[in-house]
Design a protein around this ligand. Structure first.
Ligand code: ADP
Length: 447
């Protein structure tokens, strides 16, 4: 086992990793920008090293600074958290070239899934169901016309290097196609330096269902069920639950096995998430994230596992501590994302937090780097915390969420807290009958 791990991240996810390290008896090293000198992760880690100015590109994304911090502190492994360098294959290569261990999948697998066309081709070959569409890249508009006619409108044009909802354009009919094709290409080029695009059938009212997978890198892999993350605003998840409200045990076992087998087949190592659109009882693969996700705690809650501990174990060459048969769904969990944002426009709202009071009690978990007197810096993501509740069933989880939201106090900055009170009043949320468009519609009409 490692004796010291460096966490190349900040905020709640840095705390999450530090906590796992503490429980495993591993020393932790925090890195931080000058804007984060007072941050909670700096206070909680055993050591802290300043790696640069506020701008992420010069600090949390600075590979030389992070590698130097490892060498100075004597850390043997790096946990990347999510975002920043977590899905950067070149970084993984550099880490390995310095005889350090990256806590995550291999550079090869990150690269494979980072390009959406290769990811889809790979998944298709592994028997994972995909959205019908072009066979790989679409080189020119003439080909786009041919493919779209075959697939049938509406279609979505996607940049192979796209992410975060960028580089994706909808064409409702043949008239929209040329503009959609050219804008998707241009966005791919300007945002990600790659203008390759592909075409998919556009699904009208799907749910976003993602399967948590875990591999040991030796050809063994398991799944930990699904999460429903359909409640999204601008492709950003807002409210997540596990298990999916309309996924039964047989469906879970079937799609889970397809995913676990695919991961075993490629020798995947560590945590990963295979994302699907789910419509009329059918799953359609859209992308794979080769890292720990923000919403991993709801899976931890219903399976009673520690995914970060497991990541660290596998990176250290130990076997997984569970097998498929050990993994049983227990109850229902919901996570809501607390962002420092002002409603109704979700404008970022950094600043001084006067008071922070976290809810407690049975089945309540708060992952947050806030404390009273902390000043949220304006340079980073607006996620300031996650409230996770676990109940014996969905109604209990909803009741617990309402109760916990009532106890939570964040005074000084605006947050997305009021949104969740409003959501809990909605019938679609109470019944779980929503799709990926529901939240946007609700926000446009009601907020
Ligand atoms: P990104 O990497 O930018 O997040 P994804 O491929 O994961 O892109 O898609 C993001 C979101 O876009 C999905 O969650 C879904 O809301 C929508 N989307 C993607 N593909 C389709 C499709 N074929 N039909 C309908 N909606 C889609």
């Amino acid at each position: 086992m490692f004796s010291k791990i460096l966490i190349a991240n900040r905020g709640e996810i840095a705390l999450r990793v530090i906590r796992a390290c503490q429980e495993m008896g591993i020393a932790s090293v925090a890195v931080h920008s000058t804007a984060d000198s007072d941050a909670m992760h700096v206070r909680m880690a055993d050591e802290a090293i300043c790696i640069g100015p506020p701008s992420s590109t010069e600090s949390y994304l600075s590979v030389p600074a992070i590698i130097s911090a490892c060498e100075i502190s004597g850390a043997e492994a790096i946990h990347p958290g999510y975002g920043f360098l977590s899905e950067n294959a070149a970084f993984v290569q550099i880490v390995e070239d310095h005889d350090l261990k990256f806590i995550g999948p291999s550079a090869k697998h990150i690269r494979l899934m980072g390009d959406k066309i290769t990811a889809k081709d790979t998944m298709k070959a592994l028997g994972v169901p995909c959205v019908p569409g072009s066979d790989g890249g679409v080189p020119d508009f003439e080909t786009a016309q041919k493919v779209a006619a075959e697939v049938g409108f509406p279609v979505i044009i996607k940049a192979t290097a796209g992410g975060g909802g960028r580089g994706m354009k909808l064409a409702r009919s043949a008239e929209d196609l040329e503009t959609a094709f050219r804008t998707a290409r241009a966005e791919g080029k300007s945002n990600f330096g790659n203008d390759e695009v592909y075409i998919e059938r556009y699904l009208g009212t799907p749910r976003h269902i993602e399967v948590q997978v875990f591999g040991d890198g030796q050809g063994r892999a398991v799944h930990l069920g699904e999460r429903d993350c359909s409640l999204q605003r601008r492709h950003q998840k807002v409210f997540e639950e596990a298990p999916g409200p309309n996924i039964d045990a047989a469906t879970r076992a079937r799609i889970g096995k397809v995913c676990a087998d695919a991961m075993a087949n490629i020798g995947y190592s560590g945590a990963g998430t295979i994302e699907f659109l789910y419509e009329n009882g059918e799953f359609f693969f859209i992308e794979m994230n080769t890292r720990l996700q923000v919403e991993h705690p709801i899976t931890e809650a219903i399976f009673g596992v520690d995914l970060v501990r497991e990541q660290i174990r596998v990176a250290a060459g130990l076997p997984m501590s569970f097998q498929q048969d050990d993994l049983k769904v227990n109850g229902h969990a919901i996570e809501v994302r607390l962002n420092a944002e002002r409603l109704p426009n979700f404008a970022p709202c950094p600043g001084l937090v006067n008071t922070f009071h976290a809810p407690g009690g049975l089945g309540v978990r708060v992952d947050s780097a806030l404390y009273g007197g902390y000043r949220i810096p304006p340079y980073y993501d607006s996620l300031i915390g996650k409230l996770i509740v676990h109940g014996r069933d969905r109604p209990e989880a909803l009741a617990r969420l309402r109760r916990a939201l009532g106890e939570l106090i964040i005074d000084g900055v605006d947050t997305t807290l009021p949104l969740f009170f409003a959501l809990l009043e909605q019938e679609a949320v109470q019944t779980g009958e929503y799709n990926i468009h529901w939240l946007e519609k609700f926000l446009a009409e009601k907020l």
